[in-house]
Design a protein around this ligand. Structure first.
Ligand code: ATP
Length: 464
């Protein structure tokens, strides 16, 4: 639990997200659908920022990574070859006592601890009832292509995007000018029929992944694994503004490792419900390429022109969920404080992820202010993520902008008509400066730059 946060933080975030338009329960008017959510106007902006920052760092700014988009539906043989049909399972146990809840056996200890009970207590974490022996439950959703629901037409909704990269390895190698080591990245929806979803958007049944397979020479994999662990940790702190004190890197124990991995480290965040995985960085070895070679009969080995060797590359995979980052950012940025006897809620989001960077607020609803303020907001759109708001009192509008994490608000008042100057209010310091409208774009750029520096300092460990 991040220091200084309220105990009911998740409940508070659920309500803030619904009220302000970040996250709504899916198909809510019909009672919702468990572990599926929709994203509102601000949620969409935040998600786009998360995706763009990831793509920029992982693809655009690199020479050695190419992007792809593979389809959600794939030939079902992919999932037989990858081992998912056989092994993408979780051990499920049922409570036979009072509560009849269903649990993941490997989560029982955490669930008991979250309820203040000993991790190795014998019964159900909820009601102490007896548990059934564990059964393996496959997490992949089944569906059918064509009109007949028969075995031959059965396909799966992908539980990860990774296989799209493996089956396209040769296509990308042959159509780009990449040589090993290089990576293939993509983002897109994944589906898992999770046994015990929950904690708001932490564990969903439909979610969005951002994954990269970095292909390297066998033997260099450990070094690349370490490299990517460091890179990814740095991204969460520098690009997302997550406080490093709330992050840790944890290497998996042998018995935790997936069927395809020899080493995996998780970047974990200290959520209100305990440490939880934010991102996984796995050494998948040559498992996937080899198994696709065997099942497809295609040669997916690589000829290294420098050393004249042929080998099947190893893959290092950093994999992270957009929704997981989303909840992490909200938890990490949420801040409550007393200001002049009133409670102020502020999301201290990094200015590059905040859904709105600059809000434009006319002091009153009078047309002499709203018209020029609207015009100003239109001009600023070309430079920043903006929002115009003329509803309610100025105090309430500032509060709303604080709650959605807007770093800067520009107020257009009665003096502005004559002196052609406006006030910039800073979200964190709540300071106000008056600047001429002529130089407004430059002044906002400067302030955002300062706000970036503050966010970085805070993330690296300076300030709260
Ligand atoms: P767990 O063991 O917790 O079920 P996992 O180790 O199988 O998860 P990965 O396959 O490593 O999860 O998934 C990679 C990343 O995708 C995770 O770090 C997380 O950010 C995201 N993710 C995985 N499952 C979900 C989910 N059900 N809902 C939202 N995000 C998810």
């Amino acid at each position: 639990m991040p220091a200084g946060q309220p105990a009911d933080l998740i409940e508070k975030l659920v309500s803030l997200c619904k009220q302000r338009g970040f996250v709504y329960p899916s198909s809510e008017i019909y009672g919702g659908l468990n572990a599926v959510y929709d994203f509102g106007p601000l949620g969409v902006r935040l998600r786009r920022n998360i995706r763009e920052r990831w793509w920029r760092r992982m693809v655009d700014l690199r020479d050695d990574v190419e992007g792809i988009e593979s389809a959600v539906l794939m030939n079902p043989r992919v999932w037989e070859a990858s081992g998912h049909v056989q092994s993408f399972t979780d051990p499920l146990v049922d409570c036979t006592g009072r509560c009849r809840k269903r649990w993941r056996e490997d989560h029982l200890g955490d669930e008991r601890a979250a309820r203040g009970k000993p991790r190795d207590a014998p019964g159900c974490p909820e009601c102490d009832g007896a548990l059934t022996p564990a059964r393996q439950f496959n997490l992949m959703f089944k569906t059918f292509t064509g009109p007949l629901e028969e075995q031959a037409a059965q396909v799966w909704l992908r539980p990860e995007t990774a296989q799209g990269m493996f089956v396209n390895f040769a296509n990308v190698l042959n159509s780009s000018r990449q040589r090993i080591p290089f990576g293939i990245a993509q983002m897109g929806k994944g589906f898992r029929n999770e046994i015990s979803p929950g904690n708001f958007i932490f564990r969903l049944r439909e979610f969005e992944l951002m994954e990269m397979e970095f292909f390297c020479k066998p033997g260099s994999d450990r070094e690349w694994h370490e490299y990517w662990c460091a890179q990814r940790m740095k991204w969460h702190v520098d690009d997302m503004g997550v406080r490093s004190a709330n992050l840790r890197l944890r290497a998996h124990e042998k018995e935790e490792l997936s069927h395809y991995s020899t080493a995996t480290s998780d970047i974990e965040y200290s959520f209100p419900f305990g440490w939880g995985e934010l991102e996984g960085i796995a050494d998948r070895t040559d498992y996937d390429l080899r198994t696709h070679m065997q099942h497809s009969g295609r040669d997916l080995s690589y000829f290294d022109p420098q050393s004249n060797e042929r080998y099947v590359p190893y893959a290092i995979e950093p994999a992270v969920g957009v929704d997981r980052i989303f909840i992490t950012l909200l938890v990490d940025a949420y801040h409550e404080e007393e200001v002049r006897g009133e409670r102020r809620v502020v999301l201290r989001l990094h200015p590059d992820v905040a859904p709105v960077q600059v809000a434009v607020l006319p002091l009153s609803k009078k047309a002499e202010l709203t018209e020029p303020a609207r015009e100003l907001e239109h001009d600023l759109r070309r430079h920043f993520a903006t929002e115009y708001d003329e509803t309610q009192s100025i105090g309430r509008r500032y509060r709303r902008q604080d709650e959605i994490g807007t770093p800067l608000a520009v107020t257009f008042d009665f003096d502005s008509i004559n002196d052609r100057a406006v006030t910039i209010r800073d979200r964190d310091a709540m300071t106000q400066v008056r600047v001429p409208m002529d130089g407004l774009v430059a002044a906002l750029r400067d302030q955002l730059e300062r706000s970036r520096a503050n966010a970085s300092g805070r993330a690296r460990g300076g300030g709260s």
